[in-house]
Design a protein around this ligand. Structure first.
Ligand code: ARG
Length: 577
């Protein structure tokens, strides 16, 4: 890994071991970027207490044992006992050269883990809403990043494809006729179909009775009912896939692992919980009571695994997901990219699964909490009439608005190219807006802000990449031809090279913390550092051939990092913009 912070960390750590003995070789050397040097090691201050010595003396001891001649051109003790570290230009240049030559752009692989990741998870015959949009976008970015890091990522699209609503949905399908225009509506406007079924269910006792009988037939595996059920799921798949294609996310039919696949596990799950004494009957319902889960007045909150009418619930299915992902998928980590309000639900499911022995200590479940998306009124985003926003029209609007931006910035391009660019910019803007804020915070959906060409936005980064491509076009060479060698003279060149070295550790950080916004922040900083470099250092018109070659190499490395970084986020960088 080329990240100076990590290299210096290791070097200071060995100095600590050499100076104070093996007990100290694991101490965190606390390396931070500094305004007085490139980095500062703060270890001496923490160690002074432990050693009963003056911090500056401890710092002197560290420096005496520090072997960084190849990396640093200056090591200096400052203040109460900081160790200031200034890197050698040649060292930075060599590392940047390595990044440029590396097909992985300086991102080492991690030890391979099996990682099922539960994301998107819309419901059959229902409209996807902005909440589903955010889990889809964040989940997909994590799936791409973890895969790039070398993991075996197993996408699990836990669609809502089972349960009582299917009674009324199937009866409504029969009423409208299987291949009727109304049934076909599920492919484009599923809510209309759902609402119509719901209205009949509420109004007609005769229909409601049929619907209830249909649920029983579905649960007992009646072949004709199952066929109709599958018909509805298939119609919905068409709708989901249209959204996924428009969004350019990696989910396919192969990744569908909906609620229905757990059907046969639900009764055994309950039996096992009961047999092991983890679940007990309470008012006819089978419940798990866990320590530490209490509601108002200290009353224990149950996880209901079988309702008093014998039906199973959302929690039962999620218990089955844990069991399946551990036993069948051999999970090392299990990610649930789902709404923040479901935190308690997951805690209880995992608690019950642990108690049952289905979740071993070496398997880590993780809730990637998705915060709400708000409208400009600060409430959950809805249309004026109070309906949830239709995702498809939201995406179409983003593309339309992007088309206006492109028409202004690139009137020289033909209609067809402009349309293609608008699609990438509009969708990229929406996705990037979801990714650039920490996934568990709420944020306000605002087209103007997400489509702005300045600030931490998708279009800004896409534009940065496109502008670099235009430098190469103007110079009539391809970025691949820019191989250096990199030499660093100007401070702005040094800054840029240093920024490039941070990509690998940033991607690792995203893989470990599961926070894509950290990658957004890095890319935004990198693009700004590049702009500063480009203002001060002419590239194509550099004074001499060697400087030009070096600057072109830095420019090419920046382009590759931006494009690779955006790709991990699932945002495409258009050739021109
Ligand atoms: N279908 C659910 C919804 O639309 C989300 C399911 C999330 N995944 C899970 N394993 N519970 O809210």
């Amino acid at each position: 890994m080329a990240d100076p912070q990590e290299v210096l960390s290791r070097r200071v750590q060995s100095a600590l071991g050499a100076a104070f003995g093996a007990d100290y070789a694991e101490t965190d050397p606390v390396i931070r970027p500094s305004q007085f040097a490139d980095y500062q090691a703060n270890a001496a201050l923490a160690l002074a207490k432990r050693l009963g010595r003056k911090p500056r003396d401890v710092a002197a001891d560290i420096v005496a044992h520090l072997d960084v001649d190849d990396v640093c051109r200056e090591v200096e003790i400052s203040g109460p006992g900081f160790v200031n570290l200034t890197l050698r230009e040649e060292w930075i240049a060599d590392r940047a050269q390595e990044v440029l030559a590396d097909p992985r752009v300086g991102v080492p692989r991690q030890d391979r883990q099996n990682i099922p990741i539960d994301y998107s998870a819309p419901n059959v015959a229902k409209e996807m809403h902005v909440g589903h949009l955010r889990t889809t976008v964040v989940g997909d970015a994590l799936a791409r990043t973890l895969e790039f890091l070398g993991h075996n990522v197993i996408r699990q699209n836990h669609i809502g494809d089972w349960g009582t609503p299917f009674g009324m949905l199937i009866e409504h399908l029969l009423d409208t006729g299987e291949h009727s225009a109304e049934a076909e509506l599920v492919k484009s406007d599923p809510n209309a179909f759902y609402q119509a079924a719901k209205a009949k269910f509420d109004e007609s006792e005769e229909f409601a009775a049929r619907a209830r009988a249909r649920v029983v037939a579905l649960q007992s595996g009646d072949p004709e009912t199952l066929r109709l059920w599958r018909e509805l799921v298939d119609l919905s798949k068409v709708y989901f896939n249209r959204i996924y294609a428009k969004l350019d996310v990696t989910l396919t039919d192969h990744d569908l692992a909906g609620e229905s696949i757990y059907n046969d596990m639900l009764a055994p799950v309950c039996d096992e919980l009961e047999r092991k004494g983890i679940a007990e009957l309470s008012d006819g319902a089978l419940c798990v009571f866990l320590d530490g889960f209490t509601g108002r007045e200290g009353k224990p909150v149950p996880l209901i695994v079988r309702k008093s009418d014998g039906g199973y619930g959302y929690g039962t299915t999620d218990l089955a997901t844990v069991k399946y992902r551990v036993e069948q998928l051999k999970a090392d980590r299990i990610l649930y990219v789902i709404g923040a309000p479901q935190a308690l639900h997951l805690q209880m499911v995992w608690g019950a699964a642990r108690a049952a022995g289905w979740l071993p200590d070496d398997v880590t479940p993780f809730h990637v909490q998705i915060g709400n998306v708000l409208g400009s009124d600060g409430k959950i985003l809805r249309t004026r009439s109070g309906e949830p926003i239709r995702l498809m029209s939201l995406l179409d609007e983003a593309v339309e608005r992007a088309a206006k931006v492109v028409a202004e910035t690139r009137p020289d391009l033909d209609e067809e190219s402009r349309t293609a660019i608008a699609r990438e910019v509009g969708i990229g803007a929406v996705k990037y807006a979801d990714l650039s804020v920490s996934h568990d915070t709420e944020y306000t959906f605002d087209f103007d802000r997400m489509l702005a060409l300045n600030g931490n936005t998708g279009p800004y980064l896409q534009y940065a990449a496109a502008r670099i491509r235009s430098i190469f076009r103007k110079g009539e060479l391809s970025p691949e031809e820019a191989t250096g060698p990199i030499t660093l003279t100007e401070p702005a060149e040094r800054e840029l090279a240093l920024a490039l070295l941070g990509f690998g550790s940033t991607v690792h950080l995203v893989g470990d913390s599961l926070e894509p916004h950290r990658l957004c922040g890095y890319l935004f900083d990198l693009a700004q550092t590049f702009t500063a470099f480009y203002e001060k250092c002419p590239v194509l018109k550099a004074g001499d051939g060697a400087t030009r070659a070096s600057r072109l190499a830095l420019t090419a490395a920046t382009l590759r990092t931006l494009v690779q970084g955006l790709e991990l986020l699932g945002v495409h960088a258009p050739e021109r913009m």
